[in-house]
Design a protein around this ligand. Structure first.
Ligand SMILES: Nc1ncnc2c1ncn2[C@@H]1O[C@H](COP(=O)(O)OP(=O)(O)OP(=O)(O)O)[C@@H](O)[C@H]1O
Length: 254
């Protein structure tokens, strides 16, 4: 496996338990490709309602390995739909979607589950298990995937450190602030070192300070090599970073 380096400092990354990207930064290789993708949630309504429009219309998009991309646009413009298609939660009505060299549209069952293991997903509403501690919430995915207890322990500490929650491992979600809960959900998404991170409006419930902290974590993960795609309404956040911005409106990319 090649030695990973921090893109900004060129220092080798010691914290490989967290990211360990052998795939990132491969000159121009694609992580995500959408070709002529269209999505109708309800084909019957299309036939009967003049007002109904497609959620996505002829989307063409390429994201390179190691890129950081913001997807912006007003409510209903299709941002979440686009992410759902990438991790196979929804299927396109037509078109082709390739993620990490897998044709998502053709994947079913186990093969789709295997691809999803290579994608870290972060949601606006955190989706933590209230009866489980921070450490348990983070490691539950690893248990399900059959990691040994030793390997789980090896990954947990650097992941907690990366999101700034080392002292909160034994807390329950109800004992945390919104920003801390979102950091737990990021830790859960990255503990299995996925090369692709998809975050759907991850700062939607947070104040500006917490939002900025969350984006800084994603940026750090990106410098370690992860490809990161974040949807947001927050123009200020986008302006504060120098990353590629894909703007959507009415199911189209502008
Ligand atoms: N499960 C669904 N069934 C039917 N229509 C849906 C469904 N999910 C989304 N839509 C429609 O698809 C369009 C795009 O929705 P989507 O959630 O992708 O937008 P968005 O840009 O993420 O919005 P927001 O910023 O409010 O989350 C909207 O018109 C929405 O009503």
């Amino acid at each position: 496996m090649p030695v990973l380096t921090n893109k900004q400092t060129n220092e080798p990354i010691s914290n490989q338990a967290v990211i360990g990207q052998e795939t990132a930064q491969e000159n121009g290789a694609m992580m995500v490709q959408l070709r002529d993708v269209k999505k109708n949630y309800d084909r019957d309504r299309v036939a009967t309602s003049a007002e109904y429009r497609n959620a996505l219309v002829n989307i063409n998009l390429e994201v390179k390995k190691g890129e950081f991309v913001f997807i912006t646009g007003p409510s209903g413009s299709g941002k979440s739909t686009l992410l759902k298609l990438l991790y196979g939660e929804e299927v396109p009505t037509s078109g082709e979607i390739v993620v990490d060299e897998c044709n998502v549209t053709a994947l079913r069952g186990n093969r789709l589950s295997l691809l999803r293991r290579r994608i870290g997903i972060v949601f606006q509403d955190y989706k933590l298990i209230p009866q489980r501690t921070v450490a348990e919430n983070i490691t539950v995915v690893l248990q399900v995937q059959g990691y040994t207890r030793k390997e789980i322990q090896r990954r947990l500490e650097p992941t907690l450190k990366l999101v700034g929650l080392l002292t909160k491992a034994a807390c329950f979600p109800s004992q945390l602030s919104g920003g801390e809960q979102q950091r737990v959900s990021i830790a859960r998404a990255i503990v299995s070192t996925p090369p692709l991170i998809l975050a759907d409006e991850p700062t939607g419930n947070l104040d500006p300070d917490n939002s900025w902290q969350i984006i800084q974590i994603f940026r750090k993960l990106n410098t370690f090599g992860a490809t990161v795609i974040v949807t947001t309404h927050d123009e200020q956040l986008v302006r504060g970073c120098n990353h590629r911005v894909v703007q959507m409106l009415d199911g189209k990319i502008l």
